[in-house]
Design a protein around this ligand. Structure first.
Ligand SMILES: C[S@@+](CC[C@H](N)C(=O)[O-])C[C@H]1O[C@@H](n2cnc3c(N)ncnc32)[C@H](O)[C@@H]1O
Length: 268
């Protein structure tokens, strides 16, 4: 099912991104795209270097998200390079754990909606809502959904999500953009900022969930200290049913993730 899905949306392994961009877009346009992307990468690096210790939100990269999703074809190319292996691993996990999910599912920070659309195929009797703060990303998501002719998934801008409750909320690679991460050398003040950001994020997810609803997350493994604060705060809202570590290859880098399946345990 995963291979068939990836074939349908034309997500294929790309080994050299610059080469592929030049091949698809020609030298002039291709070089422009590569130049723009390099500029955005160095902007991110600068932000991380300059503001890491004072701003936990530095890891959010809205310009990069919008650039990568400037049109659906480009978004799929970027995902083919950065996410091909990661998506396969995530899709396998969704295939295993979707039995816990309910009829109304919210995918927070759905990006270009590839995983949301895969889930909609896995769960034809559920209604799935994907949401994101990037309208560009949602544009790619709608394109992919329509290409697959999926009728049980809709994509709604973040600010337009109503207060309605869902049985299941999914957060995949979204939390770190809202909390950042924290180092072992962090000061008390940094730890406070981080803790508050984690609290805010987990609480906002709980607010979307019906009582005893399921929260499924796959988030970057941000290290021991981040994990400690996460565990401590998560206890206020969720009861963890299962968690596991996952290793993925993103582009040429290895990335570790934590998968968590939790049940909401508070009243909001
Ligand atoms: C790294 S991408 C992951 C996309 C998708 N979940 C995936 O794994 O392919 C993170 C996405 O989360 C979105 N995002 C970050 N914070 C958000 C928030 N508080 N609410 C909605 N979307 C958010 C970003 O715009 C971006 O598209």
């Amino acid at each position: 099912m995963i291979d068939e899905f990836l074939n349908k949306i034309k997500l294929e392994r790309v080994h050299e991104l610059d080469y592929e961009i030049l091949k698809r877009y020609g030298v002039q346009k291709g070089n422009q795209l590569i130049f723009e992307m390099e500029k955005l990468f160095s902007l991110s690096e600068q932000r991380v270097k300059q503001r890491r210790d004072i701003d936990p939100y530095v890891l959010r990269q809205p310009e990069m998200v919008n650039f990568c999703n400037q049109n659906p074809e480009f978004s799929l190319l970027i995902s083919s390079y950065y996410d091909y292996h990661t998506f396969r691993v995530f899709m396998k996990k969704l295939s295993v754990y979707h039995q816990y999910f309910g009829e109304k599912i919210l995918d927070v920070g759905c990006g270009n909606g590839i995983l949301t659309c895969f889930l909609s195929l896995l769960m034809p009797d559920s209604h799935i809502v994907g949401t994101d703060i990037s309208e560009k990303a949602l544009g790619s998501a709608v394109f992919i959904r329509d290409k697959l002719n999926l009728k049980n998934v809709e994509f709604i801008p973040h600010q337009k999500i109503s207060k309605s409750k869902f049985n299941t909320v999914i957060s995949i690679r979204c939390m770190h953009e809202n909390t950042g991460a924290i180092q072992e050398t962090a000061s008390k003040r940094q730890a406070n900022i981080y803790e508050q950001a984690v609290e805010k994020y987990l609480k906002s997810i709980a607010a979307y969930l019906e009582s005893e609803g399921i929260f499924f997350s796959i988030e970057r493994d941000a290290g021991k200290i981040s994990e400690m604060y996460l565990e401590k705060t998560a206890k206020n809202y969720y009861h963890v049913i299962h968690k596991e570590k996952m290793l993925c290859i993103e582009g040429k880098e290895k990335a570790e993730f934590q998968l968590r399946l939790s049940k909401k345990s508070c009243i909001i």
